[in-house]
Design a binder for this molecule. Structure first.
Ligand code: 6PG
Length: 242
């Protein structure tokens, strides 16, 4: 099934439009389980949500999880939890028990197992896998998504809910959601901005070049609910979508 592709003028508009999408998504549901990601566009999104939706969104309905985390303490400048906390969580009223962070300071493999159990406790089960209501993803310049990098394609097919992965350049350990659970979500959204992503976006969405080598290619939720929110520069090489 072809994904839906939405193209906006720049990263700020991507954040604004996704916030509108999220507000609608929240309205129609009682309890929402959301997996967040790190990256530059989510940071803009969190700032926008904090400044425009802190009072109007029903945050108590939302349970935040993370699709990936760097194996670092929660106050480290590279922690995805810290970024979310600084830009969003500290600025909204949300019960502490709705925030389910990956403990990046713990031993990675045992934390991946512990967090998988936490996910099983909170999420509904569908197709014998936990089902997130919404997973927000970014895509790296190498075609990675969450923390599934091109040299770790096996993580797309892992039977585990979370796995330990390694950043190919820095060697930094990460804990990442695996492909089967991502594809079991009710809704997956990619937020991708910037010219440096244009070539990979073209390859992935038009099935050209080395598209089969990129983890992001394999994110195709079973129910077909996949939306790419792109800015004009990331979408700059997509001939077939204009
Ligand atoms: C992370 C991620 C990662 C990110 C992409 C895109 O924690 O690093 O979750 O998958 O989303 O690398 O990041 P940018 O939006 O900053 O390019």
């Amino acid at each position: 099934m072809k994904p839906e592709i939405k193209i906006f003028s720049g990263p700020k508009e991507v954040a604004q439009q996704f916030a509108i999408f999220l507000a609608d998504f929240v309205l129609t549901r009682e309890k929402i389980t959301i997996a967040l990601s790190g990256g530059s566009t989510p940071k803009l999104l969190f700032d926008h949500l904090a400044s425009h939706y802190s009072k109007s969104m029903d945050w108590a309905k939302m349970h935040f999880f993370w699709g990936d985390e760097r194996c670092l303490p929660p106050d480290h400048s590279e922690s995805n939890y810290k970024m979310t906390s600084d830009h969003l969580l500290s600025k909204i009223e949300i019960p502490d028990e709705n925030i389910h962070r990956i403990k990046g300071e713990m031993e990675p493999q045992s934390e991946a197992d512990r967090y998988a159990a936490e996910i099983n406790d909170h999420l509904v089960d569908e197709n014998n896998l936990p089902r997130f209501d919404l997973i927000i993803l970014g895509m790296g310049e190498d075609g990675h998504t969450a923390s599934i990098f091109p040299h770790q394609m096996h993580l797309l097919k892992s039977e585990n809910i979370y796995e330990v992965s390694t950043h190919p350049e820095s060697g930094q350990k990460r804990i990442t959601l695996t492909g089967k659970v991502i594809n079991n979500a009710a809704q997956v959204v990619f937020l991708v901005t910037g010219k440096s992503k244009a070539e990979k976006m073209f390859e992935i969405l038009e099935q050209q070049g080395r598209w089969k080598d990129y983890p992001a290619t394999y994110i195709q939720p079973h129910n077909g609910n996949l939306i790419w929110f792109l800015d004009r520069t990331a979408a700059g090489k997509l001939d077939n979508f204009f």
